[in-house]
Design a protein around this ligand. Structure first.
Ligand code: AMP
Length: 189
């Protein structure tokens, strides 16, 4: 199994790069943001609850998010591995993921962190809003909140994996293919 945590602030390119990594390594892509959005579309109770947080740029509570992610992992018992995109976003989520995967003897192999400066993130998110239809990409106040939440609650998760010797920073600026080559080079190490 190859389990990769693809990390980085909103707009860093995690979703885009996940598509490339899925193609190259045959992994299952789990994006908690995508799963929440599909629940919102399906008008589920989970979706309704998550939306109230997402619309404000806040994190959905850990207990709900962790339970949802674990259930998704358990639905892919045949997987060669996973790309975790947008999860874990808090230290509590990282600890829960480690314990859950240790139980299944398939730990996180590495965290690859896409590094992009704040000005570039904001311009990418506003550009993405034109096609994504995501309300949280279209509103500069919500974008700022998401970046602030990332800095306060999510950035420390890098330290969690650095302490395990699993952290690699990747320059997230450049052509999509170039960045994808950087990620593959880091995975090959
Ligand atoms: P994303 O698609 O990763 O940009 O996530 C969109 C929104 O979904 C975030 O701003 C959060 O409100 C929510 N979300 C996604 N993943 C998580 C997570 N791991 N923990 C809490 N909230 C999350």
């Amino acid at each position: 199994m190859l389990n990769i945590v693809l990390f980085g602030p909103p707009g860093a390119g995690k979703g885009t790069q996940s598509v490339h990594l899925v193609k190259s390594y045959g992994l299952v892509h789990l994006s908690t943001g995508d799963i929440f959005r599909s629940n919102i579309k399906g008008n589920t109770e989970l979706g309704k609850m998550a939306q109230s947080y997402m619309d404000k740029g806040q994190l959905v509570p850990d207990d709900v998010t962790i339970r949802m992610l674990e259930s998704e992992v358990d639905q892919h018992r045949e997987a060669k591995g996973f790309i975790f995109d947008g999860f874990p976003r808090t230290t509590a989520q990282a600890e829960a993921l480690d314990a859950f995967l240790d139980n299944r003897n398939t730990p996180v192999a590495c965290m690859l962190a896409l590094e992009v400066d704040e000005a570039e993130l904001k311009s990418r998110l506003l550009a993405r809003a034109e096609t994504s239809g995501r309300p949280d990409d279209a509103n500069p106040v919500v974008i700022q909140k998401r970046i602030d939440v990332y800095n306060a609650e999510t950035a420390p998760v890098a330290g969690h994996y650095a302490a395990q010797g699993k952290f690699t920073g990747i320059d997230g600026i450049g052509a999509v293919e170039e960045i994808s080559d950087r990620l593959k080079a880091a995975i090959a190490l």
